[in-house]
Design a protein around this ligand. Structure first.
Ligand code: 5GP
Length: 207
């Protein structure tokens, strides 16, 4: 496990398999709801067969509730429910610490075209409108998440990478407990227990 641009490191045995299962379920759910993804099939506990894509070097962050870097950057109180779904773009570059960028930065650096940026924003909102009610039914509040997209050989934008407790924040609706990578980032303990609980609830929601 890594956090804060790999400055904090740790390990949690079995977390990869949990993330693989969680991400597979969520990608299947999104595919069923019309989102094109890179996933072909899951091969085993830790491996997926995926379509080859060229990753667009933009992290698309979708937020429903203020926490994390948004609260630090703008001084918004942690836990504030946002008046609308906020979609942000970050330049995917570890050496620069994945800085926040706007559309003009992306165009200036030629990392995406105007219509692609519009598509990323629209897909972020669409994915949120599928995932948020799904997690709500599972007793989890989807606070925010990060998505990555890639272009296939025909230039079609596909959802890529993963969606897991490593790339999302979930707060338990009943207890307020954090059920995601913040348990590692903030030394809250029981990281794997939380990921296992997220998987259990997702599988419950699929039935
Ligand atoms: P924040 O900007 O508040 O640190 O993160 C917003 C959301 O995006 C959180 O759900 C966080 O887990 C996710 N996120 C942001 N950057 C990264 C990243 O580089 N890797 C992963 N896995 N998730 C990220």
């Amino acid at each position: 496990m890594t956090a804060f641009n790999a400055e904090k490191k740790g390990s949690e045995s079995g977390k990869g398999a949990l993330n693989c299962k969680i991400s597979t379920q969520l990608f299947n759910l999104l595919e069923k709801n019309g989102i094109k993804t890179h996933l072909i099939k899951t091969l085993n506990d830790t491996e997926q067969l995926i379509k080859k894509v060229q990753i667009i070097p933009i992290e698309v962050v979708v937020r429903n509730t203020a926490t994390g870097s948004l609260t630090k950057r703008l001084g918004i109180k942690d836990g504030t429910i946002l008046p609308f779904t906020l979609v942000e773009f970050y330049y995917k570059d570890d050496a620069l610490g994945d800085p926040l960028i706007n559309d003009e930065h992306a165009l200036m650096m030629n990392i995406a075209k105007e219509d692609q940026l519009e598509q990323l924003r629209k897909l972020g909102r669409q994915i949120n409108s599928i995932l948020k009610p799904f997690f709500e039914k599972a007793g989890l509040n989807l606070i925010d998440f990060k998505l990555e997209f890639g272009l296939d050989k025909d230039g079609t934008v596909l959802l890529a990478d993963e969606i897991s407790p490593d790339s999302c924040r979930f707060w338990d609706i009943a207890t307020g407990d954090k059920m995601d990578k913040d348990r590692f980032r903030q030394n809250l303990g029981n990281v794997k227990v939380a990921y296992e609980e997220v998987l259990k609830r997702i599988l419950g929601g699929m039935n």
